[in-house]
Design a protein. Structure first.
Length: 126
């Protein structure tokens, strides 16, 4: 069984997602991964492992951390949904590509989490 640490998952995320702002790519990304590791532990009632994250939990943590990373990138303005140049400002409106992608990764991660045996009631939040 192959275990990965937080840094290995972060490296994998950074290699798959272009233009991650420097402000997110370091400690913030490691914190996102650890928060999602903790979420998975709480949702399943199982020990995920830290620093060595067990192989069966890696896809879930990867998807959920990707969703959080994309949301953070959106907050820093990394998506080109609106452009400003001097007095000129253009906004496409609606959801950004980052937010749409984040929702997709979140749904995938939650489905994988359910397959691991996690149960959610309506009172639980992310």
């Amino acid at each position: 069984m192959v275990t990965l640490n937080h840094g290995s998952i972060a490296t994998s995320l950074l290699s798959r997602i272009d233009n991650v702002p420097i402000a997110i790519s370091g400690t913030v990304l490691l914190e996102i991964i650890d928060q999602r590791r903790f979420f998975v532990e709480n949702a399943t009632g199982l020990s995920v492992g830290s620093p060595g994250i067990q192989e069966r939990f890696q896809p879930v943590i990867f998807d959920l951390a990707t969703a959080d990373l994309l949301r953070n990138m959106n907050l820093t303005g990394a998506d080109a949904n609106s452009i400003s140049l001097g007095p000129l400002s253009i906004s496409k409106g609606g959801e950004t590509n980052l937010i749409r992608s984040a929702k997709d990764f979140e749904e995938q991660g939650m489905e994988k989490l359910r397959r691991l045996g996690a149960r959610f009631d309506h009172a639980q939040t992310l």
